[in-house]
Design a protein around this ligand. Structure first.
Ligand code: NAD
Length: 500
């Protein structure tokens, strides 16, 4: 199917993707596939005003009713899953199965949010005063700004928007400038849900396509009380600081440097399978990609040859083609960053297998690489840095404490896992003495989290949480209420005022 047909199926008109100022390239072959309209600073400011109006109306709609809009969004996403999944593949280069999987995650979070719309619970609290009780209530915050990265071009919007909308907020989304088409498609899908719902205020969810300047306007605005920003640590450092300066709230979902510890008690076949999915999936361009394997010195020579053998059979190619398991990197900059990291790794004593460019004759402007495995003598600087490409560094250890120390000795704190069948090892890894990451797994790789749990990480990953569990609290404000149902007015700390 031609890509214009996919765009048409999704509801895009030519004015949505032709004659704009923002050029869109497909990483598959580097060809220009669209030029979409961008907004400028003044337009973003106008959009914020419109979103505020929408919020003032929406906050008063009962939460379960708000959930109905998200239920309809989930239905519309189900109808568009095939087309949107293909567009994700075309625009960001992940293989089709992953493109479809990303849309499924959007559907899952809608289902979760619908249930949540009846569960925005607060506590009731015993008061120390007779004839009183206390409770917590949760209220919408206002306009929620969502800034997203290229590698999950649509799911990040859904994770934030499904929750923000049931929580009673309005949303303005600044997608990655590398993936504006899928964003426009999501806007059309949302519009169809709005139409079916009928009575939701206009401008409840808007899209502001453009470069970082567009994001900067959202970040600076006191009318956007919460900013959820997904992307590099470099971006998060700026955004987090700017939002904090105005006492706004930020939900930061930044870079990861995720590890797997493989102990002598591990099921090595399981470790192998998990490594393949986690280290090479999405061509190493997931925030949760496995980047460091910390393997016991007695196990390395059993496991590493198996991984190298499996790597040699993985099909690299057009992400739309059946059977391809690794698609292209997003662009040349990404390829250059990978080669630069490999050169540094070599200087720092690394032994490299793979990592070279492939298919350059067929795709002179598409950047396909063989995933790299790099045995390192130590956890040097390059290993501590997140390179957004398929490089797996391999380190060895002697005792579990050493492995955990290595795993934690990086600036990032997103995802981690241990492969072991010894419950003492696995529980130790999950304890306060173990992994310092937001996600810690046992006998499953670090990538591909389920939406039911809170998603996010510590340290330079930013500390934010999205998706399941009680992540919804990030999109609401808490009020503590004290209610006096007696005829007395006892004052705190025994203070007495004599009033006649
Ligand atoms: P990026 O930081 O280059 O861009 C992300 C977004 O931030 C883009 O929309 C960009 O326009 C915007 N932006 C950049 N500077 C800004 C500024 N000063 N103010 C406002 N907005 C600004 O990231 P990328 O290359 O698109 O994505 C890759 C990175 O994202 C990796 O580091 C990856 O680990 C991370 N990531 C993290 C998660 C997570 O959940 N932790 C998920 C996906 C990606």
């Amino acid at each position: 199917m031609s890509y214009e047909k996919i765009l048409k199926n999704l509801g895009l008109d030519e004015q949505d993707y032709k004659n704009g100022t923002l050029a869109v390239y497909s990483p598959t072959d580097g060809s220009k596939i669209a030029s979409v309209p961008e907004v400028d600073g003044a337009e973003v400011t106008h959009m914020i005003g419109q979103a505020k109006e929408a919020f003032l109306a929406w906050r008063d709609v009962p939460a379960p009713k708000r959930g109905e809009l998200v239920r309809l969004l989930g239905e519309e996403l189900r109808k568009s899953k095939e087309d949107l999944g293909k567009l994700v593949t075309l625009e960001c280069g992940k293989v089709l199965q992953e493109g479809l999987g990303e849309v499924q995650e959007m559907i899952d979070i809608c289902d979760f949010a619908v249930g949540l719309s009846r569960q925005l619970y607060g506590l009731t609290i015993a008061s120390e005063r007779p004839g009183h009780f206390m409770r917590e209530t949760w209220h919408p915050l206002g306009v929620c700004g969502v800034i997203s990265a290229f590698n999950f071009p649509v799911a990040v919007w859904a994770w934030n928007t499904a929750l923000a909308i049931v929580c009673g907020n309005a949303v303005i989304w600044k997608p990655s400038e590398k993936t504006p088409l899928t964003a426009i498609a999501c806007g059309k899908i949302f519009d169809r849900a709005m139409k079916r719902f009928g009575t939701a205020p206009a401008h409840l969810s808007q899209i502001a396509n453009g470069g970082r300047e567009v994001g900067e306007v959202l970040v600076a605005s006191p009318d956007v009380p919460v900013i959820s920003a997904t992307g590099s640590t470099r971006m998060g450092r700026i955004v987090g600081t700017k939002v904090a300066e105005r006492f706004g709230r930020s939900i930061l979902e930044l870079g990861g440097n995720n590890a797997m510890i493989v102990t002598p008690e591990a099921d090595l076949d399981m470790a192998l399978r998990a490594t393949l999915f986690s280290a090479v999936g999405t061509a190493g361009q997931r925030c949760t990609t496995l980047r460091r394997m910390i393997v016991h010195k007695d196990v390395k020579d059993k496991l590493l040859p198996k991984i190298q053998k499996a790597y040699a059979t993985i099909k690299i190619g057009d992400p739309m083609e059946k059977g391809s398991l690794i698609g292209p990197l997003i662009d040349k900059d990404s390829y250059d960053a990978m080669q630069n990291a490999l050169a540094q790794a070599k200087e720092q004593g690394g032994k490299i297998v793979g990592g070279e460019r492939v298919l350059s004759n067929e795709y002179p402007n598409g950047y396909y690489v063989r995933p790299a495995i790099v045995e390192m003598p130590a956890q040097s600087d390059v290993v501590k840095h997140e390179t957004f490409a398929p490089i797996l560094y391999v380190l060895t250890y002697d005792c579990l404490d050493e492995a955990i120390k290595l795993q934690n000795d990086v600036p990032q704190g997103l995802s981690s896992c241990i492969f072991s069948t010894d419950v003492r090892e696995t529980e130790y890894f999950l304890s306060s003495l173990g992994s310092d990451c937001g996600i810690a797994n046992v006998n499953i790789g670090p990538s591909g989290a389920e939406i039911g749990g809170a998603f996010g990480g510590e340290k330079e990953t930013g500390g934010g949480r999205e998706s399941g569990s009680d992540a919804w609290k990030g999109y609401m404000r808490r009020a503590t209420n004290t209610i006096n149902y007696s005829r007395e007015l006892p004052l705190a700390q025994g203070v007495e005022f004599n009033v006649d």
